[in-house]
Design a protein around this ligand. Sequence first.
Ligand SMILES: *Cc1c(COP(=O)(O)O)cnc(C)c1O
Length: 390
Amino acid sequence: MNATVTDIVGGPVVAPASRIENFIRSTRFDHPTLVIDTQVVETQFRALKAGLGEAHIHYAVKANPAREIIETLIANGSRFDAASRGEIELCLSLGAAPDDISFGNTIKRPSDIAFAFHAGITLFAVDAEEEMHKIAAQAPGAEVYVRLIVDASEADWPLTRKFGCARDKALDLLALATELGLKPVGFSFHVGSQTRKARMWTTVLDQVAEIWHSAIAAGYALTTLNIGGGFPAFYGEEIDSPTAYAAAVMDLVRARFGKVERIMAEPGRGLVAEAGMIAAEVLLVSRKSESDMHRWVYLDIGRFSGLAETEGEAIRYQFITDRDHEEMGACILAGPSCDSADVLYEKRPVQLPLGLTSGDRFIIRNCGAYTSTYSSIGFNGFPPLDVVVI
Ligand SMILES: *Cc1c(COP(=O)(O)O)cnc(C)c1O
């Protein structure tokens, strides 16, 4: 069966209906529901792995912690990047080996560091002196890598300066780690989420390589380079295949770092976004005045019930309706809650069928990453996003 898919510029393109789409079409949902296909997770994992070569994949659990996803990844030999005790417990409870989990959040509760250490986790991220002292106290002798701030991100969802230390502090942190009896093993960074082109990594890798080589020149026997996430998903703008993209990134890495004992990559979005679609519904279509240029289309899902990445209209999802063969027109797309920030796309209106009406099924494509985890627990009485795994 073929279904028409609404292209971002408005023209319908024909794509084969996926298992997820068929499932949604044959099911009735009372609430917005994220439907995940673990076969797609497996396919994406293998495709990324094929390109990443010697690098180890540590799935960034926060992108989607559905247990079936974690289980699928464990079965395929994935490792994990966890940000909290909860994520560590989840991975361990499903059978991940402690050695395969890194504690990648640079802002950790001391009791969580102690928990992780006693559970057998020995690799921690750090970007500040206080954190180094916490790790030394709670996880004596552990391996640490220093997270660096990188600039000039060209990502669609950049990560700003919240995480990482500037380059002029990086070596001091390595020295502090040694002084405190920890093992400073290397560096990490994040190029920015949804970095659409591999060539956008170039300047960031240049920055990291400069510090890497100065640390080696200063006598540190670095073993670990963590290249973070950033691997893109398809949201309508062309991207390379996961294998080609990952291979191109690794070529850039090898050219700058040579042989590194342990390279870690932490895809989140690139592994799971295309494995999920949300089944939603149109609640209302209206115009604010007789002369209003745009219709307003209100869905039963919005910024607080899973679509947080529409903030700043940064991530532009694509949609499927049952009327995509009908005439299209621009509209403003909004969520159902009583918060005026709950508008998904207004600056760049969305093309949707003119016949769209209350009660119509509304499918949001490629939204398996950063949706269920961003869904609020009952804001305005709306239930959190349901998740179904097929
Ligand atoms: C969120 C996160 C990732 C995953 O990023 P994506 O852009 O989704 O691939 C990787 N590493 C760290 C440390 C993160 O916080």
